[in-house]
Design a binder for this molecule. Sequence first.
Ligand code: FES
Ligand SMILES: [Fe+2]
Length: 364
Amino acid sequence: MSAPAGFEGRLRPPAFEEAKSRHQKARAAGLDPDYWYPVAHDADVPAKGIVEVRFWNRSIALFRGDDGVLRAIENRCAHRQLKLTLGEVDGCELVCSYHGWAYSGDGRVVRIPHDLFGRPMPSFRIPSVPVRVRYGLVWIFPGDIRLEAVRAIPEIPELEGDDRWACVPLDFTWKAHHSMIIDNVSDFTHAWLHRKYRPFDNAKLLRCDTEGDRVHVRYDTRIGGGRISGLFVDRKRVSTNTIDLCYEYPYQWSDTDGKIKHWCFVLPIDERTTRVFFLFYFDALQIPFLGWKVPQWMMGPLLKVSNPLLIAPLLRQDGFAVEAEQEAYDTHFRASIGELNPAVGMFQDLTIRKWQEHLGRARA
Ligand code: FES
Ligand SMILES: [Fe+2]
């Protein structure tokens, strides 16, 4: 006999195949690996640096050779499966810490520094993972290598070229399933959580529709109306009464009057851990109290100061909420959900459909 809702404490939430409701399915779904995912900031991997990154429980060794190029290979030695991140970089190769087998960026064992017992050099190889650097982020393609060239890293023209907008990236690792984060960033019913900062007020849903692999949402709301953030928003130049958001699978973005934008990239580390990379970028900020438009050259330094003060505390509130939601879900996963915002169901349907499609391809 099944336990009544609210008493599931010792049971575990169902896996994707066993999940009954949309809610349970969304919370068990992975993200399609056939996309580019950011895993680190380029600046965080020094020369000869090795970083372990994880995509949906798969460990990957990211390392930078003497030539400055980043490479990524599965994080296990073909010999005895030790993590290669325990090793060291030698030239452009990653050397295992135990018997010193050396791996090139394409995952081939290129050197074995001990006796081969009369054998010719064996041809061992572990999978490699495509890596690129864009917008200051390191991206990997964890999926089917044949699709690497077909799928593109999102185009953000505002962040490229000489007159690119100022942008300071922020990232967090939250103990929550990625779908909870996608629900959070595009569902503006949680103004209560941010009542101290008021990044959006009194939001009314104006649009909510799915178009292929995108869910579009628009709210009538007042953006950046809070006590501190409101000082910086240049209301003479930006209409801050509506905001467009999109779950552009597997990414999310917002656009306020073409002047205040962000992208949110989630890295699903495992079923309960997600790293979130945010890029906030602005074309119109004003100098508080003076009302002057912040000149482009001053935007970078201003954002460096303002992002940790204005945006990071706000996002930490979201982190608090999604982690609390994960904890709640782990206990009450069989309780029905009182969801009111129709957009949330659309985000979840897209996540579920894409994961089903991925599983179908993987089975085939
Ligand atoms: S375990 Fe890696 S070289 Fe032996
Ligand atoms: Fe929020």
